[in-house]
Design a protein around this ligand. Sequence first.
Ligand code: FES
Ligand SMILES: [Fe+2]
Length: 459
Amino acid sequence: MTALEKINAPPTRLGGTALYDWDYLVQDDRAHRLIYTDPAIFEAEMTNIFGGTWTYLAHESEIPNDNDFITRRLGLRPLIIVRDSNGKIRALYNRCTHRGTTLCRWDKGNTKSFQCPYHGWNFLNTGKLRGVPWPEGYAEDMRDPKYNVAQVPRVESYRGFIFATLNMDALPFIEHLGPIAKIIDEWLDRNPGGKVVVCEANRFRYKGNWKLAYDNSCDGYHVAYSHRSLLETENRFAGENAKGMAYYRNSPDTQPMYMRYTGHGNHFKDKRPNLEKRPGGLWALESAHPGMEHYEAEFIARYGDRAFALLDLAGSEPVNINVFPNFSLLGNHIQVFEPVGVEETNAIWYGTMIVDDGSVPADAVTDINALRMRTQEGFPNFGEVDDIANFEQIQRGLMAPEDEWVYMNRGFGIPDRAKTHDDGSITAPATDEAFMREHFKEWKRLMKARPNLAIQREP
Ligand code: FES
Ligand SMILES: [Fe+2]
């Protein structure tokens, strides 16, 4: 690749936000409403956060073959995530270098080149300009690299999850993940071949700031109240067998589950300690789904002793893993938060399937994936709607300018409630807002920084 094109922002580029006192806006135990409502702060986030740190883009299984592509965004930047003709994964700006139009208007596909719909400039899937119609009309050498499509200079995968940053000074991706990489490993390793494949998604859009979703991602305090109808429905016929969210009834902090902050804005909520460690323990947590009893009887008939271990592969993993700013693993889903505007966000829930690696009977793979669709449609349809209603109502509440603060002080100032480990990670009870206080320290660090951003083009 050619030399990096530095786009380090001069102070004026940040406009009014240079005047903000970040330490005032985000304090130890509270945050100012402006960080959720101010368009200038949102604009700065689109550079300092989405661009300034590692951000999730896509999963490798969405572009399994050479020349496959999918369109996504990095903050507000439209991108084409492509596996080029040599198998290299790139994040191209979905923007023609001629007059700036959206180069690729498809959501996904397979192509060796992209032809701009406006005047027909044609680009290889490496981003290099291949030709323009009637080149004799240009005095200039059109092989100048400045005409090659811009791309994100740092794109890395961790076990299939593709992240990217424009920040040349960001830590190597694996260091950025730190201790949460092990939890991602555990999430993957229970599946055959240690893999999942992304299938389709439940797509939501809400009228609220993107941070409201991340602030909720590890929140164990709201469940008993916000999701009460789902919790009661799930447990209505459960008898002794409490279903997943029953752990939040009464006093959730007396349960063995906990939250842990692992650094760089990343955290997870671990409900696995609540689980009975036996084949079928995970399956037993699933609430009623159409067809469940039939599949269970069928699996017992077909696979005997192995039936419940196989059914566990359809169960939702009881851990929420969150990588700041836009990525969560939740049950068997990959959840992605996409900012649209200061008061508008996409929350997308990608379903995942298991693969046939020979370790599971082939007909069971198909049936487990059919069941996974059912177990996965539960929370997005009946739980996420509760969360989204909260996000929209918070945004509405924050329109009151005089009442300035939101509090994130649950657990704050109580000695010995949270525990700091040797690796710097912090464990706290499931209902504590320690995760939020910690990810806001990372948010503030990034907002104060002058990130060393760059784009790249093919030579
Ligand atoms: S804008 Fe793409 S060819 Fe003109
Ligand atoms: Fe929730």
